[in-house]
Design a protein around this ligand. Structure first.
Ligand SMILES: [Zn+2]
Ligand SMILES: [Zn+2]
Length: 341
């Protein structure tokens, strides 16, 4: 089969012939329908510090935001069957550590990462442990399912944020997850949504979704969002991962408001704890991945009830052999790029 392989610790990747993987006892073999490209995949391709921080195991078939059909199962597999359509949870949890045993498997202390430390899905076939397969209802198209992994990150951010009914929200960074968050905040009852985004095309998309979109390099978020009777937004989500975005975003949150960080800055970021957290009373929370399986179950319900369609955030679909163009496109394209085997 054809597979996109990160061979060595340097920029680049190669498309080459690889043997079709064989599922281990607890694994399933998935015929891949499509795999969307994550920011992490571009970092991996370019071999940036933020990709190296995940300690990828090379050589590696990368790609993790995937959906497909189960075509074979290992002998110990019981809950997933041949013919099931599945999407894959990237955080391959151990099931035995303290977080796993107490309901926080998404933050497993011995986590494997599908498509980073374990082989992934930029290929015609992929293997995944049964326990990280999410069986899809027939009503979910593969296009939507290939985006379940990032979309469920947005759902997780909302789970961390608390109630949104009547809330004002700032979304900092309007890549795919930021755009999805705008939509999800509307569904959850937010009444005013501000979107801070320097790239005009992404800003236009945020405005189309109904956000008050502005360029944070031209206008201070606190000046745009801090003028209402509450003195700031109730909630802010940082989705850009830009270290320079965090302090201006926090300055736009009202006293006793909340901020959720979704993007991973490439380096440590200083914040004024006394002013923001202590005196400002702002609760700061972060997300890494999706809650297993509550974020997924909330998402699938939103999709089958036609309230939320992740596929509306796909802007290109390209075959695997155009991977270079596809991965490069994710740097500038506002939506998701899907690679088709
Ligand atoms: Zn991802
Ligand atoms: Zn664990």
């Amino acid at each position: 089969m054809q597979a996109l392989i990160k061979e060595r610790a340097a920029a680049g990747a190669v498309l080459s012939e690889a043997p079709r993987p064989t599922p281990a006892a607890d694994e399933v073999l998935i015929e891949v329908a499509g795999t969307s490209i994550c920011g992490t995949d571009r970092h991996l391709f370019e071999w940036t510090a933020s990709a190296r921080a995940f300690h990828p195991v090379l050589p590696l078939v990368f790609g993790h935001e995937t959906a497909g059909t189960v075509v074979a199962t290992g002998e110990a597999v019981g809950a997933v069957a041949v013919g099931d359509r599945v999407s894959v949870e990237t955080h391959v949890f151990c099931g035995r550590c303290y977080p796993c045993r107490t309901g926080d498997a998404h933050n497993c202390a011995r986590m494997g990462l599908f498509g980073l430390t374990l082989p992934g899905a930029f290929a015609a076939y992929a293997v995944a442990p049964e326990r990280v397969c999410f069986v899809l209802p027939d009503a979910v198209p593969f296009d939507a399912a290939a985006l379940f992994e990032p979309a469920a990150v947005a759902v997780h951010a909302l789970e961390r944020a608390g109630p949104l009914l009547g809330a004002s929200v700032l979304v900092s960074g309007c890549g795919p997850i930021g755009l999805m968050l705008i939509r999800l905040c509307q569904i959850a009852g937010a009444t005013r949504i501000f979107a801070a985004e320097p790239v005009a095309e992404k800003r236009a998309w945020a405005a189309d979704l109904g956000a008050v979109a502005f360029d944070p390099l031209a206008d201070e978020p606190a000046a745009v969002c801090g003028t209402g009777r509450r003195g700031g937004v109730d909630l802010a989500f940082e989705c850009s991962g830009a270290s320079a975005a965090l302090a201006p975003m926090l300055a736009a949150v009202r006293r006793e408001g909340r901020a959720v960080t979704v993007g991973h800055p490439g380096e440590p970021v200083a914040i004024d704890v006394a002013a923001t957290v202590n005196k400002g009373g702002v609760t700061l929370a972060g997300v890494f991945g999706r809650r297993i399986w509550s974020s997924w179950e909330t998402l699938v319900e939103l999709v089958v009830s036609h309230r939320f369609a992740p596929q509306e955030f796909i802007t290109s679909r390209l075959p695997l052999d155009r991977f270079e163009q596809a991965i490069t496109a994710t740097a500038t394209e506002p939506g998701k790029v899907l690679l088709l085997p």
